[in-house]
Design a protein around this ligand. Structure first.
Ligand code: SF4
Length: 177
């Protein structure tokens, strides 16, 4: 035990270095999302995240948007605790049978106008969980989806680009997946 504690004091941490990120590009992207939200919605963007049955990999990337490194709130984009305060539902999945009802009710509780973004490959069609007895399928099987952000999982930059694409469609009056 003493040997283990001693070696732990000098051994380098067993973690990967963070991926290189262009902070200027990220800042520009997040500011573009905020500008677009204010222009199209008249206020900054409020997001409610819904985990409809994911493996939590997508959640790690979504949570990263709020960590000290990305710190998305500095650009006015915020995650809210209630769907009643949200403009966008960010849904990860596959949608499991147990979460189907909760997702439907969350969608109904979100005031209009509202948009649904399905995050991750599983949210498209069930991904690697497709065919499971516990899985209904992609998010679009349960609620209307406005945009898919693919990836397993999509990284924070891809999430921001997806939100920007969504706001562009809102400006065009479009609704498509
Ligand atoms: S897309 Fe990948 S990371 Fe996201 S829930 Fe599915 S398996 Fe997990």
């Amino acid at each position: 035990m003493r040997k283990l504690l001693f070696s732990g004091m000098f051994r380098a941490p067993v973690t990967e270095p963070r991926p290189p990120t262009d902070d200027a590009a990220l800042r520009e992207l997040a500011q573009a999302v905020d500008r677009s939200a204010r222009r199209r919605l008249g206020h900054s963007l409020s997001i409610r995240e819904v985990d409809a049955g994911s493996c939590n990999g997508c959640e790690l990337e979504i949570h990263a948007l709020n960590n000290a490194f990305y710190d998305l709130e500095r650009f006015g984009i915020r995650f809210v605790a209630s769907p009643r305060h949200a403009d966008v539902l960010l849904v990860t999945g596959p949608v499991t049978a147990n979460m189907r009802d909760a997702l439907e009710r969350t969608f109904q509780a979100t005031p209009d106008p509202k948009w649904v973004v399905a995050v991750g490959d599983c949210a498209v069609d069930g991904g690697c969980f497709a065919g499971s007895y516990a899985v209904v399928g992609g998010v679009a099987r349960v609620v209307p989806v406005d945009l898919h952000i693919r990836g397993c999982p999509p990284n924070p930059n891809a999430l921001l680009q997806g939100l920007l694409a969504l706001l562009d469609r809102v400006g065009e009056g479009g609704r498509s997946a």
